[in-house]
Design a binder for this molecule. Structure first.
Ligand SMILES: Cc1cc2nc3c(=O)[nH]c(=O)nc-3n(C[C@H](O)[C@H](O)[C@H](O)COP(=O)(O)OP(=O)(O)OC[C@H]3O[C@@H](n4cnc5c(N)ncnc54)[C@H](O)[C@@H]3O)c2cc1C
Length: 487
């Protein structure tokens, strides 16, 4: 591999990309082929480019956000909407936007990756997990290790995604327990329609499971069991909002310390100038965390067309400006935010209206119930006993929809992460690996290593909210710039 330098000309780089999900697609799309000659992408998944969420699955498993915030090309918000076209096929009428099956979005990622790969002189997609990355001495090339052998590269970018949900009640191996729900096409296939199903968790994965059971005409009882019983909010119909203060550029440019009090003052001004009130929005969000979740869901559903922009601005800012703000906040303020993680997640990652409508119908019909105060689940003779705040519920099937902790290491990346830790990389106190916050370079032996970057939630310096597509596209584009700037 590699070409000799000609007349002092810098040799174009050979890059290894570890993981072929959305972050890798964004990276490939942003990489400059004039500076990068060869790209080798590693992923053991049978279908690369789709990552964990966007593989083939049931039609009922939909994307969770409108197209204008699912472009994988940083700086081009229309990229995905243009690819999707205006067929009306997947319209969520209440949202006024298409919400296609996640597998359709996976096709967009696949086609974007194919077009991006075509721009490089040499490419290879290796269907294997990377088990180690040899760093050698600074300035040397890195060595990518798989079960099939080793290959050298000038630089490597880790795009391995996040982990899967933990087995909180030690049910692994119990008949009727589904530890990882995706693809639902496969996991729900063995669930008889008339059986009682308990879903552990009440977030977007739980919503995917409920709507998919409903689409299969499930007649048994469905119980969502979680500690708080709080459901995600419901998307409001998108409207144009000219955000001026809560933008990544504005937050980056702020002089002096950035504190929560300062961010709140910015949010007040932003919302006041947009004709809304921070106090009203904060009170509404706080109220949504109390009382009967079915009532809150209905209120959220009814508020979908509100002409007030405040909640929309706060939600968008959480995803787009939140990562920049988080990296500038003092630890004490990060702690304050972590204490409100549940509230922040419920408002930042809402369900699409078509899913909310299904849940409301099932709640009205008495087929769906939301149980809070989950205290334990035991299996005995093929049945489960689910203990919650108001008593005990029996179930035939239990499906795990617990979110992984922030910055969890995916199982397939365990050996790779261990190999890096063994060579001087460090665990971040919040989970994942320690990276240089400005560049995403992996910190090895206390210093950012210019040859290894992390793009995605394995980087422990980011917020606890799972990166959405625009966040990943931004991180991927930064990685592409940083790689090339090294030369
Ligand atoms: C169920 C679900 C639904 C989501 N829906 C949305 C949505 O609708 N809209 C939105 O904006 N965001 C959504 N997100 C958030 C975000 O878009 C996804 O998490 C996104 O897939 C993350 O991309 P990624 O490339 O970081 O990780 P992934 O997509 O998970 O890709 C990582 C890849 O790395 C591979 N890998 C892991 N270890 C190794 C190794 N050692 N060697 C080689 N390869 C390895 C894996 O096989 C995988 O293919 C969703 C997240 C989840 C979990």
């Amino acid at each position: 591999m590699g070409r000799a330098r000609r007349g002092g000309e810098a040799r174009a780089m050979e890059i290894a990309i570890i993981g072929a999900g959305a972050a890798a697609v964004g990276l490939l799309d942003s990489l400059d082929p004039a500076a990068v000659e060869s790209v080798t992408v590693y992923d053991p998944a049978p279908l690369p480019w789709r990552g964990r969420p966007y593989g083939p699955d049931l039609e009922s498993v939909r994307v969770n956000v409108p197209p204008e915030i699912m472009s994988i090309r940083a700086g081009d918000v229309e990229h995905y909407a243009k690819w999707l076209g205006d067929t009306g096929e997947y319209d969520d009428e209440r949202l006024g936007r298409p919400v296609p099956p996640r597998a359709v979005y996976g096709r967009y990622l696949e086609e974007t990756a194919a077009a991006a790969l075509g721009r490089f002189a040499r490419t290879d997609v290796v269907r294997a997990a990377v088990t180690g990355l040899g760093l050698g001495a600074p300035g040397e090339r890195v060595t990518v290790e798989t079960a099939g052998g080793r290959r050298a590269a000038d630089a490597a970018v880790l795009c391995v995604g996040g982990g899967t949900g933990p087995d909180l009640y030690g049910l692994a191996g119990a008949p009727g327990f589904v530890a990882d729900p995706y693809p639902l096409e496969r996991t729900l296939d063995g669930v008889p329609r008339d059986r009682d199903v308990a879903v552990i968790g009440a977030g977007l994965t739980a919503v995917d499971i409920v709507v998919s059971l409903a689409a299969r005409a499930h007649t048994g009882r469905i119980s969502l069991v979680s500690r708080s019983g709080t459901l995600p909010h419901v998307w409001q119909r998108p409207m144009r909002t000219d955000v001026r203060y809560l933008t990544p550029d504005h937050l980056r440019a702020l002089d002096g310390p950035v504190t929560l009090d300062r961010l709140e003052a910015l949010a007040r001004t932003e919302l006041a100038e947009a004709g809304d009130s921070w106090d009203d929005v904060a009170a509404l969000i706080a109220a949504s965390m109390r009382g009967d979740p079915a009532r809150v869901l209905r209120e959220q559903f009814d508020d979908m067309d509100s002409p007030l922009p405040g909640r929309r601005i706060v939600r968008t800012a959480t995803h787009i400006a939140g990562p920049v703000a988080w990296r500038r906040l003092p630890e004490a303020d990060r702690r304050r935010l972590r204490a409100h993680a549940r509230t922040i997640l419920a408002q930042a990652s809402p369900m699409v209206p078509r899913n909310a409508a299904v849940l409301l119908d099932l709640l009205d019909a008495g087929t769906l119930e939301i149980l809070s105060g989950a205290a334990g689940i035991e299996e005995s003779s093929g049945r489960f006993r689910v203990r919650h705040a108001a008593g005990v519920r029996a179930a035939d099937v239990v499906i795990n929809a617990v979110n992984p902790p922030a910055h969890a290491v995916p199982r397939a990346a365990g050996p790779l992460v261990s190999s890096l830790l063994g060579q001087g990389a460090a665990r971040h106190p919040d989970g994942g690996l320690t990276v240089d916050p400005g560049t995403g370079r992996l910190v090895v032996g206390g210093r950012p290593d210019p040859r290894v970057l992390v793009a995605g939630d394995l980087a422990g310096d980011g917020p606890f909210v799972t990166s959405s597509i625009p966040g990943l596209a931004g991180l991927a584009a930064r990685a592409a710039r940083v790689l090339v700037s090294r030369r």
